[in-house]
Design a protein around this ligand. Structure first.
Ligand code: PLP
Length: 419
């Protein structure tokens, strides 16, 4: 209560912007995930790993645009590439050299994507991957996991959503092969795809266990279904994503977020046998159009990011910083006897309001969201920004000093609550 009152009183401009927007936008914006009561801060500027709101507060940005902000705000090489592309015009009604160059850079990182195509979002990439799997197999059923998130119309928190696309879903427990086998058994010959995040992202940064993910690979082979890895979030965990770390070759992979250099992006791809179907030189080719699939600015920004900024070393160092920060935060919480923890892998993490092992979305049900809300608002008051649900994605400029600052802020919050 008090923390929220202080939050509100310190942000009259954000409140006004929110109230004005609600007259035409239900909930004040068009991304459900951004809303929290009483209203989210309206950000006006970003630089490096810092954000400023309309009320003049500065925040350490630990959210990193839900992983799309990997490069940080206003990365100079990306800005320059956008400015250069802008000089030559935006909408060229044509393919361009940058499109092929960006695709080659993606393919070099994800060799299982023998052929790929671009979309405007991770959601679309997943929709296209499922459409591809259904077309390729001539089947309709899709295995997904409770707590999985693959886009606004492909969301399985609580088991599903009324606005989901009407596929024939089979929803199983994450990290539970016995549950998977039991649910799939009556439908083995009808399974088109297994769509899985190698780590539940939105569903709580719960890593897929190695045996579980290998088990899905085997199941897909046995059933003749396509294994689709949604690496929209986990692609940043190594140069070749989590599939490289696990040594698993999925039939299809979907990407999004930072690959567009901070602009709208998605990609789906996989084995040539599946993806050749989109080649219009073949008779009966599948259609996949989209005015902005190859938009000039995304192609330029994505290419600059991958070729000029995101070396394998920079990525590994960032993930190591994330590992170290998570260990430090968890040590602090354990030492103080606070029933919270940070889960995740590398630079991706989630503040959980319960201690103990977490293996699937169901395990989160016992968490106390009031405890998490309190920490969230107290961190905001100390100039630290994360998602209201506790999600964090570190950016390249989020350096050791930023990690120190974050850890200090959390320590202050814990100390104040225990005083
Ligand atoms: N897949 C995963 C794992 C995601 O985390 C997200 C977005 O958060 C998406 C897909 C959807 O991507 P987009 O928001 O670009 O549509």
């Amino acid at each position: 209560g008090q923390a929220i009152d202080r939050y509100r009183h310190a942000r009259p401009a954000s409140e006004r912007i929110f109230n004005d927007a609600t007259l035409v936008l239900p909930g004040g914006n068009t991304r459900s995930v951004l809303f929290f009561a009483p209203f989210p801060p309206a950000m006006v500027r970003g630089e490096g790993c810092w954000l400023w709101d309309a009320d003049g507060h500065r925040y350490l940005d630990a959210l990193g645009e839900f992983t799309a902000g990997l490069y940080g705000h206003s990365e100079p090489a990306i800005r320059a590439a956008i400015a250069e592309a802008l000089e030559d015009g935006l909408s060229l009604s044509s393919h361009t050299a940058r499109e092929g160059a960006l695709a080659r850079e993606v393919q070099r990182r994800f060799p299982a994507m023998e052929l790929l195509r671009f979309t405007n979002s991770g959601t679309e990439a997943n929709l296209m991957a499922l459409a591809s799997a259904c077309a390729h197999t001539g089947r309709r059923k899709v295995l997904v996991f409770k707590g999985g998130y693959h886009g606004g119309v492909l969301a399985f928190a609580g088991g599903g959503s009324p606005v989901n696309v009407p596929h024939e879903w089979i929803v199983a427990r994450y990290n539970d092969l016995a549950d998977v086998l039991q649910r799939v058994a009556p439908h083995r010959g009808e399974l088109a795809a297994i769509l899985v995040e190698p780590m539940l992202g939105s569903g709580g940064c719960i890593p897929g266990e190695v045996d579980f993910l290998h088990g899905l690979r085997m199941l897909a082979d046995e059933c003749g279904a396509l294994l689709v890895f949604d690496e929209v979030m986990t692609s940043r965990l190594s140069f070749g994503g989590r599939q490289a770390l696990l040594g698993i070759r999925p039939d299809m992979t979907t990407l999004g977020k930072y690959f567009g250099g901070g602009l709208s992006f998605g990609a789906f791809g996989g084995g040539a046998d599946v993806m050749q179907r989109y080649d219009p030189r073949h008779s009966g080719a599948l259609q996949h159009a989209g005015t902005f699939n190859n938009n000039v600015l995304t192609m330029a920004a994505g290419l600059a990011g991958l070729t000029q900024v995101l070396t394998a070393e920079a990525l590994d160092a960032l993930n190591a910083r994330g590992e170290a920060l998570r260990a430090r935060l968890n040590a602090l919480l354990a030492e103080r006897g606070v029933a919270m923890q940070f889960t995740g892998l590398g630079s991706l993490m989630q503040m959980q309001s319960l201690a103990g092992p977490l293996r699937s979305a169901d395990d989160l049900a016992a968490g106390d969201d009031r405890a998490r809300a309190l920490v969230f608002f107290e961190l905001l008051a100390r100039g630290v920004f994360m998602a209201r649900r506790g999600f964090m994605a570190l950016s390249l400029p989020f350096d050791e000093a930023a990690c120190d600052r974050f850890a200090q802020a959390l320590e202050e919050v814990v100390s104040a609550q225990q005083a």
